[in-house]
Design a protein. Structure first.
Length: 363
């Protein structure tokens, strides 16, 4: 059985792009111990996601009043927003022990049977990247989640035999960045489904300020805000940028993160005022300069950047789409007017109605 930190490091979703980016939401080598230290242990200390917090609080309170384990929970959303943190909070609030593993680590039905038979009553089992469970393991999970009963077949042919085993009631907390890839039969067995959204600048300011206090970092409000607005609405990125600003302040300033110190340190990392880095700029530049603003197909765009198409679609595009710098149309990717203005180039879109008609086949 792995610990929460080991699971986050070992089973983080694999990316095609080996480049380490300061604004990547995935776990990096220097995140593990610090990230675990900064995680809140109680729901009241968890910043942001008000609807998730309210609904989760009611569900946990009701379960405690009934003396039952919490219904199974699946949490989904982009990486770095707090799925693992919420799983640990659920265990703490319910007074339960949490066991942590990940979808790719459970290869056979016997693996999940070993895990489930080791659970004590009302324990929490957290499975990260639950969409990567294989079908044989999922089928064993169905009866375990519904009836707290294990049933599986071992052996083959004439030597095959069925094993049936009662297990202790437990709560399964699944986390995924790809909710659509969780099979329908497995989705239907979760009592609660929560989606985490990107954080507002105000919430990110609260997150960064709390992290600075825990890490003993001296920073003024301007410095905190500068780190927060460049964090792409993702606490993991905010905490990482805070540590990089701390390093810069220690070496180049008076060990205090002020607004100018934060700006200088993050500019040196290539993270601009909206959280875009050099790779984001290169993508927008490719669309605007090489393809006249688009539309351009995914494979063509990826080839022009010497990147893999899946890297462009899964790693680079989501934040640009969320910020309104990029559009996906039936004919390909387009840079928006906002992207032109932000990059400092004159808008070349011409008449907007005619442009849209051309894009969607009307002109």
């Amino acid at each position: 059985m792995t610990t929460a930190r080991d699971s986050a490091e070992e089973y983080a979703p694999e990316r095609e792009n080996p480049e380490v980016r300061a604004v990547s939401p995935d776990v990096q080598s220097d995140d593990g111990e610090q990230e675990t230290r900064l995680r809140p242990a109680r729901l009241g200390d968890f910043v942001g996601q008000p609807q998730v917090k309210e609904n989760l609080s009611i569900a946990m309170q009701a379960a405690r009043m009934r003396g039952e384990p919490l219904d199974h929970v699946v949490i989904y959303g982009p990486p770095g927003l707090g799925k693992t943190t919420l799983a640990n909070i659920i265990a703490n609030e319910m007074g339960a022990t949490i066991k942590v593993t990940a979808g790719p680590a459970i290869e056979r039905a016997s693996d999940v049977a070993s895990i489930l038979t080791g659970l004590q009553p009302n324990d929490v089992l957290f499975i990260d990247e639950i969409h990567r469970l294989n079908r044989a393991v999922e089928e064993v999970m169905y009866s375990a989640m519904e009836d707290f009963f294990l049933s599986w077949v071992v052996g083959k042919g004439l030597s095959a035999r069925s094993i049936n085993l009662r297990i202790n009631p437990f709560t399964l907390v699944g986390a995924t960045t790809r909710y659509s890839l969780v099979s329908a039969p497995l989705r239907d067995r979760f009592g609660s489904v929560f989606r985490l959204d990107y954080y507002s600048d105000e919430d990110m300011g609260t997150v960064v300020r709390r992290s600075a206090r825990i890490l003993g970092i001296e920073a003024d409000d301007e410095g905190i805000d500068e780190v927060a607005v460049r964090s792409r609405g993702t606490p993991r990125i905010g905490n990482r940028l805070l540590r990089r600003a701390r390093d810069y302040a220690l070496v180049k300033a008076d060990n205090r993160i002020t607004g100018p110190v934060a700006r200088e340190s993050l500019d040196r990392l290539g993270v601009d005022a909206r959280g875009l880095d050099e790779t984001d700029h290169r993508l927008l530049t490719s669309i605007i300069h090489k393809f006249n603003g688009g539309p351009v197909g995914l494979d063509t765009l990826a080839a022009s950047m010497s990147e893999d198409a899946s890297t462009v679609m899964e790693v680079l595009e989501p934040f640009l789409l969320q910020q309104g710098f990029l559009e996906r149309t039936p004919r390909g990717r387009m840079a928006t007017r906002l992207a032109y203005e932000y990059m400092g180039w004159p808008w070349a879109g011409g008449n907007e109605d005619a442009r849209q008609a051309q894009l969607f086949g009307g002109g």
